[in-house]
Design a protein around this ligand. Structure first.
Ligand SMILES: Nc1ncnc2c1ncn2[C@@H]1O[C@H](COP(=O)(O)OP(=O)(O)OP(=O)(O)O)[C@@H](O)[C@H]1O
Ligand SMILES: [Mg+2]
Length: 615
């Protein structure tokens, strides 16, 4: 019979049989021998063949705050103490390193864990090596000193025995720290969690698991720590004389940025440098600069960022995988649930659930505000790569079109407060039926525009939509109006320059481009002043290009309006002669067309010019 004994002495007496067993002095895990009178004196402490922590990195960097917080949770009887803590985060972010470093520090603290540590790698994300909990318990019970023949076969019995053993050890003053690395599901971990309230457990997972554990979500390391890590890793491998990282701070920073704060990527980069002592940092920095090759280059022998991500990605079902693959099509820094729903053509509520699942798997992260989502830079490259392989080019372009449609409808509605712009009459676009899809107030509209501005800028400056350049141009127009109303002049210039560049392409809708340029030019002119000469310069470029296209296409009325715009620009520049010249040309065209509205506008400008003459 297997038994777990608490600290003794524990006299057991059966007066009828006249049998007395005395067990004292420690904790006994194993077979109970029943005899007439048995006295067992156990050693004071059992030091089980505890799992043994894996080695730690010699150049561990940063993470002081995280270690401090984790240690707070492990203090015996502290205000923050929790029975279980879960460190969750993206593949390669440094979860294992953090929990092992923390465990080492905790073990060095007097009286925190006199019983030592039990460490198990659960291999949760490796389909071939994933450890079922009953197997893990078998190993844990053995490590605790339980004779193999006393270990029961079933999961429940093993779990019960293991918890009793931990409780007995804790009661006997041998509190143990249980460290479970790479847990992939709550079912895999739950039977291994102690329940005695004193034994502590620290787990790591790529998923935010529902275990009732104190949650620590691990983020990337900052650039300074990343460069420090590169430096220390290279010097560790090649000796203190290898000062390449210190000698090339700019290149080191570029490498750190390419690795986007992901320790796994930084370790690989450091190993690549250590492999070739003659290799200058600039060579690696350059090799990693090309985004489409970066993930492939972040590999060395058995380590690769790609394979680490693969193990997380392969756990996704097709629907989650599809949403994940589509997300990088949004060029901006984060994406709203609505935008993702429109792009994936899935119901809003379902999309929200899918995105939350992806965030729990740490393949995406919650963005700046609730309902927004972002991807780590390397994950973004990964998702895009996978997307290109799994979703046809046409389907990807269709998803991007849906996204642009959504942005155009929303931004136009927001700019014109609640009026909705229809992209083209032949193909009317119905705004997606989603909460927040229409603005209830100007305040709502403003908030939406402010939140989306980086995305809108990115969408405008991204390569134009194939076969629908007019949509990219329409988006630029509305975004330009918004920027102008917010006095965001640098962005307004960028948007105008983007449309200018598009208007030099030969195919596409050049009329729309010219009209947009004329409109953006007017916005720029509106804000131009002596302190902002670049706005006027950009306005001139925009109007000149618009005029050229109108002339090329014999769009006489538009040509005349562009000339009026020019006239005002020259006026603002104090080039009155040129202003009058342009105005005369405009008036001649308006006369020819019998356009009274145009003539009235031209007269107004002429009056302004006259006033200037008098000054
Ligand atoms: N703060 C750090 N300083 C130095 N090296 C680190 C740091 N964090 C992690 N590393 C190193 O980066 C690599 C990846 O870290 P680690 O294995 O802990 O990631 P992980 O989050 O556990 O990944 P996975 O999800 O694949 O298990 C390891 O070689 C580790 O030693
Ligand atoms: Mg790990």
């Amino acid at each position: 019979m297997a038994a777990v004994g608490a600290q003794g002495p524990v006299p057991r007496k059966d007066p009828a049989a006249g049998v007395e067993n005395r067990i004292s002095g420690g904790v006994f895990l194993g077979t109970v021998i029943q005899g007439h009178t048995v006295n067992v004196n156990l050693p004071q402490t059992i030091t089980p063949a505890l799992g043994g922590l894996p080695p730690i990195s010699d150049f561990f960097t940063g993470r002081d705050r995280e270690i401090g917080e984790l240690l707070q949770v492990l203090v015996p009887g502290g205000a923050q103490t929790a029975p279980a803590s879960l460190v969750a985060g993206l593949a390669g972010i440094g979860k294992t390193e953090l929990i092992v470093q923390t465990a080492r520090r905790a073990l060095q603290k007097q009286d925190w864990f006199p019983g030592g540590v039990l460490f198990v790698d659960m291999f949760g994300y490796d389909p071939e090596r994933r450890l079922p909990p009953e197997h893990a318990l078998d190993g844990l019970l053995r490590a605790l000193g339980m004779p193999p023949q006393c270990i029961p076969p079933g999961l429940q019995d093993r779990s019960r025995l293991y918890r009793s053993a931990l409780a007995a050890l804790a009661g006997a003053g041998s509190r143990i720290l249980v460290v479970l690395d790479n847990v992939s599901s709550a079912d895999q971990a739950r039977p291994l969690l102690p329940t005695d309230g004193r034994t502590a457990a620290v787990l790591s997972s790529r998923d935010t698991l529902d275990l009732g554990a104190r949650l620590f979500e691990l983020d990337v390391i900052d650039e300074t720590s990343a460069i420090d890590m590169l430096d220390r890793a290279v010097r560790e491998a090649r000796g203190p004389g290898d000062t390449r990282v210190q000698d090339s701070p700019d290149e080191a920073a570029a490498i750190a940025r390419s690795c986007a704060g992901l320790p796994l990527a930084l370790r690989i980069a450091a190993a690549l440098l250590a492999d070739s002592p003659a290799r200058p940092l600039s060579s690696l920095a350059q090799a990693l600069e090309a985004e489409h090759l970066r993930l492939n280059r972040l590999r060395r022998q058995d380590r690769a960022v790609l394979s680490a991500f693969d193990l997380s990605y392969e756990r996704l079902d097709p629907l989650h995988a599809r949403v994940f693959q589509l997300l990088p099509l949004n060029a901006g820094p984060d994406i709203s649930t609505q935008a993702a729903a429109v792009m994936a053509d899935i119901d809003w509520y379902e999309t929200e659930e899918l995105l939350q699942d992806l965030a729990r798997a740490h393949l995406i992260e919650p963005g700046r505000a609730w309902g927004r989502w972002r991807l780590h830079d390397l994950v973004r490259l990964y998702a895009d790569e996978i997307g290109k392989n799994h979703i046809g080019a046409d389907d990807r372009e269709e998803a991007r079109r849906s996204l642009y449609k959504y942005y155009i409808v929303m931004v136009s509605a927001a700019v014109y407060a609640r009026r909705t712009f229809t992209i083209d009459r032949a193909e009317p676009f119905h705004p997606p039926r989603i909460p927040g899809g229409r603005f209830r107030s100007n305040e709502d509209a403003r908030e939406w525009l402010d939140g989306e501005r980086p995305n809108l800028m990115a969408a405008v400056t991204a390569p134009p939509l194939e076969g629908r350049r007019v949509w990219s141009v329409a988006l630029a127009w509305f975004v330009g109006l918004h920027l102008s109303s917010k006095w965001l002049f640098d962005d307004l210039v960028t948007v105008t320059e983007t449309v200018l560049a598009m208007s030099h392409l030969t195919n596409g809708s050049r009329g729309a481009e010219a009209k947009t340029l004329a409109a953006l030019g007017r916005e720029l002119e509106h804000h131009a002043s002596h302190e902002k000469p670049d706005l006027r310069a950009c306005a001139f470029d925009a109007q000149a290009r618009a005029l050229a296209i109108f002339r090329e296409h014999h769009a006489r009325k538009w040509e005349a309006w562009a000339l009026v715009n020019f006239s005002r620009l020259f006026h603002g520049n104090q080039q009155l002669h040129k202003a009058r010249e342009a105005l005369a040309q405009a008036e001649a065209i308006f006369h020819e067309l019998g356009d009274q509205g145009g003539l009235d506008a031209a007269h107004y400008v002429r009056d302004c010019l006259r006033l200037s003459d008098q000054v």
